[in-house]
Design a protein around this ligand. Structure first.
Ligand SMILES: Cc1ncc(COP(=O)(O)OP(=O)(O)O)c(N)n1
Ligand SMILES: Cc1ncsc1CCOP(=O)(O)O
Length: 521
């Protein structure tokens, strides 16, 4: 028998059908739209009704040569000759189900924890349904959603096995690209498919809904496979091209930052040649995402209201395919900050995460480097390796700041040694670096060709590694030039001099002064 294509797995729910639509017409429309496998899920029907729905659905699926799976009930699956059964953790164990079902029957199981995934692997399930990823109106959840990052950890457990993995719970065309990008395993294995209920079943046009999901799924898998090779000199040249583009394109950089640094962040952004807009109200996030070119999210003085704005803003910015820079300031200082960053990263995909050793350790759940409030105490034994691993885990560029800065896209790691002690002595130097990275990423994204696979993208495919390198070089080289000036006598006179130096900084100065090396492994 042909292997099942799990790409777009429709799970039915007749209770969600719009008024006037029948189960069979919706199912047929969804199949025409591109569903690749169907599961009949009947949680309240009695046996006779479940059997009738299953038989009718099987006849329809046969007409389109599509595999049918039955939720929970081995007897109904056998009765209609379905291709398989989907079991829950408290249903029939997989080994007994195998004995009862004909050879070749597909057996899937729902998994909500890493242990459940490990057990499904041992029991040789054919596939696992991982979730719920996000909250959903379709089912009353008994445990919290696992989020895209939880999914990635589950895919790590399945690495190297033949078990297929589909995600389920709250999946819609508006969050599918983020799901596909953010959930990849450390070895870059993607989900085999997505199981969807309401986004198709409750849609006014189930055919269009299925088409849209399918096209985003396909595009996301192609985008995931792409890589841009870059050498040390290449990256410097690209970083300087982006620096020039910031001035010529004058991107609008939306910054949701903390109250301590808002003013200097706005001035530094202007000095680079970009334009700042500092706004936090959730009500204006949709409008701002249409006019801005990048978003900076800095949690330095986070309150519940601003978190809501950040959650919304990120969602709209991913949809607009613009970059998001996350600065998890002092994330290790409180449970509120930790939970908030977790929620942010499960709600949208960051393009760059920047932080000091203490912050990035807290974000990664490592105890190697500790923090005192927003300051870092100590560093990692191998900062380059840590940066690369975090970048792979979070599926974005990571900038680890310190006396030496490390920047990685999960493949390569660059080590940058520019800067002056005065930069570390003013408040918010890390935060203004976030503004620089956001401005450079905005320009890099504008420079990128949009590509044809745009539906699967969370940005235009800009070179964000070079952008981050360029931004760090701009700020640190400018700090060296500012510190040398005769009118700088301490931190009070340093900040305006830094802003001046940034506004006149030229690519040639960076090329001459840059201390950048690629770290080999
Ligand atoms: C593919 C897929 N994954 C998960 C489920 C959840 O099924 P459900 O019957 O609602 O719950 P459990 O009893 O399995 O936890 C599904 N139907 N399909
Ligand atoms: C059956 C199931 N299992 C986990 S979440 C869920 C419901 C998913 O429905 P929707 O796709 O409408 O969020």
């Amino acid at each position: 028998m042909d292997p099942i294509d799990f790409s777009l797995y429709l799970v039915t729910d007749r209770a969600l059908l719009p008024v006037g639509k029948t189960h069979l017409e919706t199912l047929e429309q969804a199949i025409i739209g591109g569903v690749t496998v169907v599961q009949i899920r009947e949680k309240t029907a009695d046996t006779a009704e479940f059997l009738r729905v299953a038989q009718e659905s099987k006849a329809l699926c046969d007409r389109y040569n599509l595999p049918l799976i039955i939720n929970d009930r081995i007897d109904i699956s056998l009765a209609v000759g379905a291709r398989g059964v989907h079991l829950g953790q408290t249903d029939m164990p997989i080994d007994i189900a195998r004995q009862l079902m004909p050879t070749g029957t597909i057996i899937g199981i729902s998994c909500n924890t890493l242990d459940e995934v490990r057990r499904a692997k041992e029991a040789k399930a054919d596939y696992v349904g991982l979730g719920a990823v996000w909250s959903t109106q379709t089912k009353k959840l008994t445990s919290p959603p696992i989020g895209v990052r939880g999914l990635g950890a589950m895919l790590d457990v399945l690495s190297g096995s033949n078990i297929k993995a589909v995600a389920i719970g709250g999946i819609k065309s508006t969050n599918l690209a983020h799901l596909m990008h953010g959930s990849m395993s450390q070895l870059e294995e993607c989900l085999d498919g997505v199981a969807v209920v309401s986004d198709i079943v409750a849609a006014p046009d189930p055919m269009k809904a299925a088409q849209r999901l399918k096209s985003i799924f396909r595009a996301s898998r192609i985008v995931a496979a792409k890589r841009i090779p870059t050498s040390r000199d290449d990256i410097l040249t690209k970083a300087l091209t982006i620096m020039t583009a910031v001035r010529s394109l004058n991107p609008l950089v939306h910054q949701m930052t903390n109250v301590v640094v808002a003013n200097q962040s706005a001035n530094i952004t202007l000095a680079l040649g970009a334009s700042p807009i500092m706004a936090t109200a959730p009500e204006e996030m949709s409008d701002l995402s249409k006019i801005s070119h990048a978003l900076l999210v800095n949690i330095g003085t986070l309150v519940s209201g601003s978190l809501q704005g950040m959650l919304k803003a990120g969602h709209f910015v991913n949809t607009a395919r613009n970059p998001i820079i996350l600065d998890p300031v002092g994330v290790g200082a409180s449970e509120f900050r930790k939970n908030s960053v977790n929620e942010l990263l499960n709600s949208w995909q960051a393009t760059v995460i920047k932080g000091n050793a203490g912050e990035l350790a807290a974000l990664a759940g490592s105890t190697e480097a500790e923090s005192k409030g927003v300051d870092s105490l100590g560093n990692f034994k191998d900062p380059a390796l840590f940066t690369r691993q975090l970048s792979r885990k979070e599926r974005c560029v990571v900038v680890l700041t310190g006396e030496t800065d490390y920047i990685s896209d999960g493949e390569r790691v660059f080590m940058l040694k520019n800067g002056h002690p005065l930069l570390g002595s003013i408040t918010g130097s890390g935060c203004v670096l976030g503004s620089c990275i956001a401005s450079y990423c905005a320009a890099a994204n504008l420079l990128a060709s949009d590509g044809d696979q745009h539906e699967g993208r969370l940005n235009r495919g800009g070179d964000f590694l070079s952008a981050a390198v360029g931004a760090v070089l701009a700020l640190t080289v400018a700090s060296e030039l500012a510190a040398k000036r005769g009118d700088v006598h301490g931190i009070g006179s340093f900040l305006p001099a830094l802003i001046d130096e940034l506004s006149t900084l030229r690519p040639e100065a960076i090329r001459r002064l840059a201390k950048i090396e690629e770290v080999g492994f």
